[in-house]
Design a protein around this ligand. Structure first.
Ligand code: SF4
Ligand code: SF4
Length: 73
C-alpha cells in the first residue's frame, strides 16, 4: 500500500478540494461516472475528471478497470 503516512487528508474538508483524481490511464469507459452517486465525475477534454463535489468515498476507484483513479493527497 502506501509507503508514507499522511494524516492531514481531512483537514481541508471545508475547502472542498477533490480527494481523488483521474490520471491519463483513463480510457473513458464511463464506469466511474455511473458509480459516483454525488455526480462528482465529468467528462474532461481528454479523459474523465473529478470535481470538487467529490466526497472521497472511493467507489469510483474500485470500478475503474485501469486503476486510473488515485488519491489526491
Ligand atoms: S471518490 Fe466517491 S464521490 Fe469522489 S468521485 Fe469517486 S465515487 Fe464520486
Ligand atoms: S472508470 Fe477509470 S477508465 Fe473508466 S472513465 Fe473512469 S477513470 Fe476512466
Amino acid at each position: 500500500m502506501e509507503s508514507e503516512t499522511t494524516n492531514s487528508s481531512r483537514e481541508t474538508e471545508d475547502t472542498q478540494i477533490a480527494y481523488y483524481r483521474i490520471n491519463d490511464a483513463c480510457i473513458n469507459c464511463g464506469n466511474c461516472l455511473e458509480a459516483c452517486y454525488v455526480e462528482a465525475i465529468e467528462k474532461g477534454r481528454t479523459h474523465y475528471i473529478i470535481t470538487d463535489e467529490c466526497i472521497a468515498c472511493g467507489v469510483c476507484s474500485e470500478v475503474c478497470p485501469k486503476s486510473a483513479i488515485v488519491e489526491n493527497f
